[in-house]
Ligand binder design. Sequence first.
Ligand code: C2E
Ligand code: MG
Ligand code: MG
Length: 523
Amino acid sequence: MKFFSVARRFLPEFGLLLCGIGLGVGLAYMIAHAIRLQEGRAELKAYAQLLVEAGDELGVENNQAIDAVTHDNLPFCSEQEIAFMRDYVFHSPHIRDIGRTKGGMLYCSAGLGKLAQPKATSAPDIATGGLKLNLRAQSLISANTTWFVVEKYGVMLILNPEAIQNFIEPPKYFSGFLFDRLSQSLKQTFGPAIPLTVDEVAEGEPIERNGILYQPLCSQTSMVCQVAAESREDVLAGGGYLFTGFPIGGALLGIALAWIAILYYHRHRSMEHQLRRAIRNGTLTIAYQPVVNLDTGTIVGAEALVRWVDRSGKTVKPDIFVSIAEEGGYVSDITRLVLRKAINEMADLLAAGNFKITLNITAEDLRDRRTFDLLEQCMRSAGLSPACIGLELTERSTSDQAVAIRAISDLRLAGHRVYIDDFGTGYSSLSYLHRLSVDAIKIDQSFTQTVGTGAVTATVVPLILKMAYELGLMVVVEGIETSEQAEYFRKAGAGLLGQGYLYGKPVSAAQMKWLVLDRDRFN
Ligand code: C2E
Ligand code: MG
Ligand code: MG
């Protein structure tokens, strides 16, 4: 029983750890896979290069042999010529035999000597530019073996098949070709058939087909083309070191990330516990930020902003804990606490007139009747007019249009003013907001701060003001920090309201009352 309750308690941590390890290993495996394929392609290219060089070398050696025999100045198939050819074969690593032909008949060779009866040579598999190639010639030297035969200018070279065979490096293998650039045709000289077109071989780009990686490469100086090949499976099997090292590293990284996530989760959970307790105990406080008439600079009201100091004495930003409460589905508890406290603290100032406050509400409040019922109840018992309490909601919280329209209409019918907060940061247009039938917009501080900077967003401000004017919406400019910004909006339109550090930071209820008293003393 105890084991299960412990296991259940740490289930989220286990989950995060497993996810972290799974993600880390998965990601590392994918990276190792990609690296190994890249390596495999590079190795295949180097192999193709080696094959082309070997093919070129063999070609040069063959030409030299043909050249030597045609220029030996010895009588055709004479004893001297046969001896000369024997000597050449003896010193050549690739040539097994050299023979002399005339009119498609073999008359003599280094190995066979002078033939009593000339033998017919077999028809060439490839004939190009005076060069004849016989890829599997039989019965020239012995009947059981097939030979690679090159013939040119009446000289026949019988090549050692191992000369080519030796270049196979399992699991890599290759197919050899002669590429006739004039006729754009490709004649295979060696290896298994490959599923590539002539163009694909000539282009020399790596290609993967049916699980096999091919790397074609053609010589710059001869007709030789080679296509190196290796199966993807074999390429990946060659990356053993990557596939053990990387996933271990990935698992460690996954554990480290999961550890950070667990710490964050614990912090979030402990914050949530503390926040719920603070709401229950009513220890959240309210700060009031003055709202002024920009033409005169006099305070006309204030925005109520919730404040929370956690157990360690640290002030937590409202953006953070309000969204925690939103996620937890209990943000309306904060709204109700704020409205109760704010009406309580400000009742006398509000009752005296010439002063209004605004409260921030959320999408959840628009759906939850209890918030509005409490608002009406508090107003009634404090003997206040609904006109002195405005409600701010962001564009985001009006995404459920039907709910928003109904709630806004109810609030306005009850006599409250409704403001759209942080205007300009959402995606909705002014006309959409007009459809919602609000009283005012609060232009977001990000726009205010661009005034006079030449930023693109600054050019939008006059348009917003113009449209707000045409739609009969009241405007509050948020985040005014400098006298230049204040001056800009003063000139931009009459009757605008403003809020920002230039006029006052959020202060306690008592300080706010002093500010209003000051206002009334000097007016
Ligand atoms: P908001 O409703 O747009 O509130 C204005 C924020 O801008 C406040 O931050 C205020 O202190 C800050 N501010 C005012 N003048 C200036 C200025 O000149 N320069 C700069 N840089 N900032 C300025 P705060 O108090 O941190 O509140 C942040 C957000 O938290 C509020 O944005 C609002 O969305 C939310 N919030 C605050 N109180 C409540 C509440 O009671 N209920 C709900 N649902 N949300 C609240
Ligand atoms: Mg606000
Ligand atoms: Mg705002």
